[in-house]
Design a protein around this ligand. Structure first.
Ligand code: NAP
Length: 480
């Protein structure tokens, strides 16, 4: 039997598991999909915005994969802790596919970035997605104006959530505390700011268009910003027609908004371009605004500064300037790209493929593309793995990897545990008069998983773990 661990249960991990389970070259295969959280689906659960229900429903497809007879989901297992590093994993499995994504946000590297009120968009997303590691509940407290730096799809997501009324989010699975905070939000102006022009913006057109059809917010575009965009200003349309289709469509959308009469809605999303952030401004030890330098196109797809500046008032600043991969101890890492070096998905150690070690998803190719991009990416990796399988199965591995994990003090949450979390979230929703509502903390998640789903799966002595912080509280709950 070929035993494979897939580390990470987001789209790339699940697609890798699916490719392994569905292939016919090596019929006798067993796949363990490990995740550090007790819940599967990665960014589909903890990144896709709650109001994007159609994309969220992709969870149903991922669920079908994880219920495949050759696949086991094993949550609450953090690779890299308690001695469960890459070397140990190779003693438990013939092959390991790392699908750990890009867990951190990129930084701006400008003064004031650390001020209270300045956050990464990923922190804000984690909060409204009920990630158990999310910090704080005061993003919108006291804010009237928000600046979102960056014009990618994450920027669009956070701008839209800030601009929606809480009543619009109530039917979603947004956690109750975040819903309560958003209901009290006095944010009326959200400024989404790009350092380049609308023809270079990274958002996709469907996501952009949505900003123009929100019930209580309108999209506002500054004609002065657009005038700097050569493809916009060119009356012949030649420059625009040379753009990739998505950029051309984006330009048309903002062109339509530029001349629009204000609709007088309660909130406004201002799309701004050709403004480069240079400093976050401070008042009373909190962020009070952002100072931008006006830029102009450099004729080569980039921009150059003009030495003129503009300040935008904001009590909340979210930087949405991309994710970055983080190194996993024991795995090689290319710090410049935030990825693991690989050839066709085979992890390279000192330039040479390391037998049994593979990568897929953002940690392989960087944080780009939509969810579906992960499918061919994972397939390529699995093809490499299957080519190597005959040699990989010759290496002896542990007969019961789960028992070994428990020996290390880990408390795996398996599929019944996850189903118990789902049931607890549905029950929470019904007590609140809402649909399923996400549990936002470790004690709640582990309490639901282990008390209701894993009673017999984890031995009593495993429950006295010494996890840090909130996870300790989870441990306490289990022994109560
Ligand atoms: P992204 O698409 O790479 O966009 C990052 C934005 O930040 C760009 O506008 C970039 O401008 C800007 N930026 C980078 N460094 C900057 C700096 N120092 N100062 C000012 N601006 C800076 O990243 P993302 O929005 O985090 O999205 C990551 C991936 O997830 C993308 O593939 C995205 O499509 C995907 N995603 C998809 C959805 C969806 O489909 N609904 C939702 C969320 C995320 P430059 O272009 O000038 O560098």
């Amino acid at each position: 039997m070929l035993r494979v661990a897939v580390v990470g249960s987001g789209p790339s991990g699940v697609y890798a598991a699916q490719a392994l389970a569905q292939q016919t070259l090596v019929p006798d295969v067993r796949v363990h999909v490990l995740d550090r959280l007790p819940c599967p689906y990665g960014l589909v659960r903890y990144g896709v915005a709650p109001d994007h229900e159609k994309i969220k429903s992709l969870q149903n497809n991922l669920r079908t994969v994880l219920e495949h007879e050759r696949i086991d989901f094993i949550g609450n297992v953090e690779v890299g802790t308690r001695g469960l590093g890459p070397e140990r994993l190779l003693g438990l499995y013939h092959a390991v596919v790392y699908c750990v994504g890009a867990a951190k946000d990129r930084r701006l590297g400008i003064p004031g970035e650390e001020l209270p009120g300045s956050h990464s968009a990923t922190d804000f997303v984690s909060w409204y997605s009920a990630h158990p590691d999310a910090a704080g509940n005061s993003f919108v407290l006291g804010a009237r104006s928000a600046v979102v730096i960056g014009v990618g799809n994450v920027a669009v997501d956070v701008a839209r959530i800030l601009a929606r009324g809480a009543e619009e989010l109530r039917p979603t699975d947004v956690p109750q505390a975040a819903l309560g905070a958003l209901a009290l939000s006095r944010v009326r102006d959200v400024h989404m700011v790009g350092r380049r022009g609308p023809a270079q913006a990274k958002f996709t057109t469907k996501e952009l268009r949505e900003l123009g059809s929100l019930p209580t917010a309108e999209a506002v575009v500054e004609p002065g910003d657009l005038a700097l965009e050569p493809a916009y200003a060119d009356p012949s349309g030649t420059l625009a027609s040379a753009l990739p289709a998505v950029n051309r469509r984006n330009l048309e959308v903002v062109r339509g908004w530029a001349g629009r009469v204000p609709q007088g809605k309660e909130r406004r999303i201002h799309l701004r371009f050709f403004l480069r952030p240079v400093e976050l401004l401070e008042r009373d030890a909190r962020v009070a605004g952002v100072r931008f330098e006006r830029t102009v196109p450099d004729g080569d797809g980039g921009v150059r500064g003009t030495g003129t500046y503009e300040e935008i008032e904001a009590q909340l600043v979210l930087r949405a300037v991309g994710y970055r991969g983080v190194p996993l101890a024991g795995l090689p890492f290319d710090a410049a790209h935030g990825t693991v070096p690989h050839a066709g998905g085979r992890v390279l150690r000192d330039g040479v493929p390391s037998p049994g070690e593979y990568v897929a998803g953002w940690i392989k190719r960087g944080p780009t593309g939509v969810i579906g991009t992960n499918r061919p990416c994972a397939k390529e990796t699995v093809t490499s793995l299957l080519d190597d399988a005959a040699a990989l199965v010759l290496r002896p591995v542990a007969s019961d990897p789960l028992a070994e994990m428990r020996e290390l003090g880990l408390r795996p949450v398996s599929w019944p545990g996850w189903l118990a979390i789902e049931a607890a979230e549905a029950a929470l929703g019904s007590t609140l008069g809402r649909r399923s509502v996400k549990i936002p903390d470790w004690p709640g998640l582990l309490g639901a998983a282990i008390t209701n789903g894993e009673r017999d799966g984890n031995r009593a002595e495993d429950r006295d773990g010494d996890r840090e912080g909130d996870r300790d509280a989870g441990g306490d709950m289990l022994t109560r």
